[in-house]
Design a protein around this ligand. Structure first.
Ligand code: ACM
Ligand code: ZN
Length: 616
């Protein structure tokens, strides 16, 4: 990349405490000085490239949204746009480079800024990084200071995704665009759109209108774990026009949409509309409670494949991405075992059992989609009974399925429940809104390593990347979807983008402090659960005491606590180190800033269950 005329000082500045990128780039060198963004700043791109012009308009708008300054976009001949950077100019350019399709170089100097990448993808990421150099609260008086830096960056993985379950709960096109915008701002590049569930069919299919006429709406929703059902009609679906608009939006943010059409299970909504596609013939209603449904597509009836090929023909026309998710998870075999059509299929095809019948089902769908130029991915159950020849696997029941698939040289996306299920509780469950269960705090998401040690040599290359999943059972508003997704998706993003040796939990929490301010600016209703206090307790029954350590997932938190049962206020004792307390002490603690409590109060009562048990 051309050296900027103004960037004369080459010495790195000692401290980069003012820099807070998420995800952490491959290489960042701080230079002395700042670039001043002001009303005269210009964005320059080559005149002959519409993609560059689109990106420069995106940058101009993004800068305006964040600073109130909208630089003028200026086109130049390709030759002059590739020469040195004029004063007070931001140049975006395509350059032959070795950083791959998504890599970029960003050079911010006192006189100008240059972003270079081999493709638009990289420039889009350079722009996201540029935004992260902006001060958050800008009083636009004399100009906005961006610290001078030299950044060389590229992602570790090609698949950095988030899934949103719109089957169980419907989200508007407006929110889907926001969801895509937010993930792209984290340099993630896959939006996995879970469009089909037992409880709702969300995609218009012109050949089968009953799917949305009948099955996009339901009378009630199981709104909290247990028998808690409201009677509020709920539903909605996306028309082809809606989907085209979302696909366009995603393309402008270099996000690939992976649509999921669940089969053979999680499809009761289809069977409700067309009961003849089931083994029993129905009739069916959309279920009130969440949970796995026994009625799935019949694998023996030809009309099921005719139907699915009709559905998928429309899906492949709508989505330009190469990969279609075909589900494959949680398909109970009860109906197939009892169905004469399914049993005849098993016999005629020489299959061993219902697992091989599932494999037959998936392989047949794969063959069809391959013929349309698409490839399939499925949940790890598609390994059972034999993996379809060209299928990729999404490993969700731990990493075992992913390991098995990678050993067979099939592509794998890692999304294990243990680390990537963003519908799990992210804080102490007694302090959190309702969730499906589990416990997945930010620190645990961040700790995930997508390439298991079990894989060796070439096998490791089959791990495409990572994905966080936002399932909809108990997430019923855009605000709650934001809350469950962020900041944990920031950890997913960093796992997917940054090399393991760039990962640093403490520094991540430091950078997150700035990221939270960006979330405020973007209107993301992120969770503050990382500020919650949790307890690590070492009991010493012999001496009638315990050592209680107060922890959070936040950077240098101001923790205050009480031991007398009262709620800690801003004047309560400041926590500085482990507390030694006798049995039956209740420690109550919370995190504060500027005299304000940031979290609900956490509590732990010391009880030596072990010694009590022994005395009984
Ligand atoms: C899944 O969570 N059923 C993939
Ligand atoms: Zn059947």
């Amino acid at each position: 990349l051309t050296c900027l005329t103004g960037a004369t000082a080459q010495q790195p500045v000692a401290s980069d405490q003012d820099l807070a990128f998420i995800p952490q780039p491959l290489s960042v060198v701080r230079k002395t000085g700042d670039f001043i963004l002001n009303e005269q700043t210009v964005i320059q791109v080559a005149a002959d490239n519409t993609e560059l012009q689109t990106l420069s308009e995106l940058l101009a708008q993004g800068l305006y949204d964040r600073t109130g300054i909208r630089p003028r976009v200026q086109t130049a001949s390709a030759a002059s746009a590739s020469a040195s950077v004029p004063a007070n100019t931001i140049v975006l350019r395509l350059v032959a480079d070795t950083l791959g399709a998504e890599g970029y170089r960003l050079s911010v100097g006192q006189r100008g800024i240059a972003a270079g990448a081999a493709q638009g993808n990289g420039l889009f990421y350079a722009i996201q990084t540029l935004y992260q150099l902006l001060p958050i609260q800008s009083a636009v008086t004399t100009g906005i200071r961006l610290p001078a830096v030299e950044i060389v960056d590229k992602p570790r993985f090609g698949w950095r995704g988030l899934m949103l379950d719109v089957g169980r709960y419907f989200y508007s096109v407006d929110y889907i665009k926001k969801f895509i915008d937010y993930l792209a701002a984290h340099k993630m590049n896959v939006f996995h759109w879970h469009l089909v569930e037992d409880h709702g069919w969300r995609i218009e299919i012109k050949q089968y209108p009953r799917l949305t006429e009948v099955s996009a709406w339901r009378a009630s929703t199981n709104f909290q774990r247990g028998p808690y059902i409201n009677r509020n009609p709920h539903g909605g679906y996306y028309t082809h026009e809606d989907i085209k608009a979302v696909v366009d939006y995603a393309q402008s943010r270099y996000v690939t949409i992976v649509p999921e059409i669940e089969l053979p299970g999680h499809s009761l909504s289809a069977l409700r509309a067309y009961p003849e596609l089931s083994c029993t013939g129905g009739p069916f209603e959309l279920p009130e409670q969440w949970g796995i449904q026994k009625d799935i597509y019949c694998a023996g009836k030809e009309e099921v494949f005719t139907f699915l090929e009709g559905v998928l023909s429309e899906v492949v026309e709508l989505f330009p991405g190469e990969i279609i998710h075909i589900g494959g998870d949680e398909a109970p075999k009860d109906r197939w075992k009892a169905c004469p059509h399914c049993q005849r299929r098993i016999k005629e095809e020489g299959l061993k059992d219902e697992h091989e019948l599932q494999s037959y089902f998936i392989t047949r769908i794969e063959k069809f989609l391959n013929s349309k130029g698409k490839r399939i991915i499925g949940w790890d159950e598609i390994l059972e009974g034999g993996l379809a020849p060209n299928a990729a696997v999404m490993s969700w029941r731990g990493t075992k399925g992913g390991i098995e698939a990678a050993r067979m040289h099939h592509p794998v996306v890692m999304t294990p429940t243990t680390h990537m299920y963003l519908d799990y509780f992210q804080g102490e469950p007694y302090l959190e809104p309702s969730a499906i269960g589990g416990h997945l705090p930010l620190r645990k998401v961040y700790s995930f390593e997508p390439i298991p040690d079990e894989l060796v040599g070439k096998e490791r290359e089959f791990i495409l990347g990572v994905q966080g999943n936002v399932w909809g059972e108990y997430i019923h508003s855009p605000e709650k979807a934001d809350y469950m997704t962020y900041p944990r998706a920031a950890a997913v993003a960093e796992i997917g983008w940054s090399l393991p040796d760039k990962k640093d939990w403490n520094d991540f929490t430091r950078r997150l402090e700035t990221q939270y301010l960006r979330y405020d600016q973007m209107g993301i209703n992120y969770s503050r659960s990382a500020y919650q206090v949790y307890f690590e307790v070492k009991d010493d029954p012999a001496n009638n005491r315990s050592t209680v350590t107060l922890k959070t997932d936040a950077y240098q938190p101001e923790i205050r606590y009480t031991l007398d049962g009262s709620d800690p206020g801003p004047d309560a004792s400041r926590y500085t180190g482990p507390l030694e307390v006798p049995e039956y002490t209740t420690v109550r603690a919370a995190t504060f800033r500027d005299g304000k409590r940031l979290t609900p109060v956490s509590a732990w009562t010391v009880v030596h269950f072990e010694s009590n048990n022994q005395s009984k």
